[in-house]
Design a protein around this ligand. Sequence first.
Ligand code: UDP
Length: 238
Amino acid sequence: MSRPQFNRILLKLSGEVLMGKNQFGIDPEMVARLAREIAEAKEAGHELCIVVGGGNIYRGIAGAAQGFDRASADYMGMLATVMNSLALQNALEQIGLDTRVQSAIPMATVCEPYIRRRAVRHMEKGRIVIFAAGTGSPYFTTDTTAALRAAEMNCDALFKGTSVDGVYDADPKKVEGAKRYDSLDFNRVLADNLRVMDASAVALCRDNNIPIVVFNIRDEGNLTQVLDGGGTATIVTN
Ligand code: UDP
């Protein structure tokens, strides 16, 4: 099934994608490969902005389970996303792309603060904007951040690059014969509690009519294919 093509997109990269073949942290080879694919997407004419997760380094909920105060643990998670964002920025710049990192938690000596109008301006100038530090508030996720920034930046779609090739009716790693959907609607995702993104991210995309495309970004070349409307993915729309 072919999917529509979208011009301005928000790419959400889960932290675990940046681990590559490792169990933790940042794999420079993987980040360099992602950067090359992002460069291809740019060359193909897409306008891109990116939200990077932090789960490869730290998750607030895991920290809270170990006894840290949840809000403090979430701030630690948000800082992890800044590290990932800087790694990706560096890899993109090494291959000549113009980028800016904007952090929702201001850290003036490291990157720009998040300023929506400035981010829009960067995109108009052809720069890739990487949004770091999530929403800047604890108790949220980078999925919700991705939905929020996609709406703020007037993106045509949100592409979620993850380690599975779409949305299934059960966890394909645990349930043999789990069925993958080519397309779904937002209300079905919410009613059936399907694992696409967290519910607040899905609701935000539904209310702002921003399609979500879930695909496996670990497979080399898949980003380009999926952006072209091909490859294997699940699209969620109204
Ligand atoms: N986080 C947060 N507020 C946000 C975004 C992220 O508190 O707006 C924290 C939260 O602790 C989360 C961590 O940052 O666990 C890393 O983000 P996430 O788990 O979404 O990363 P991913 O699963 O995409 O790697």
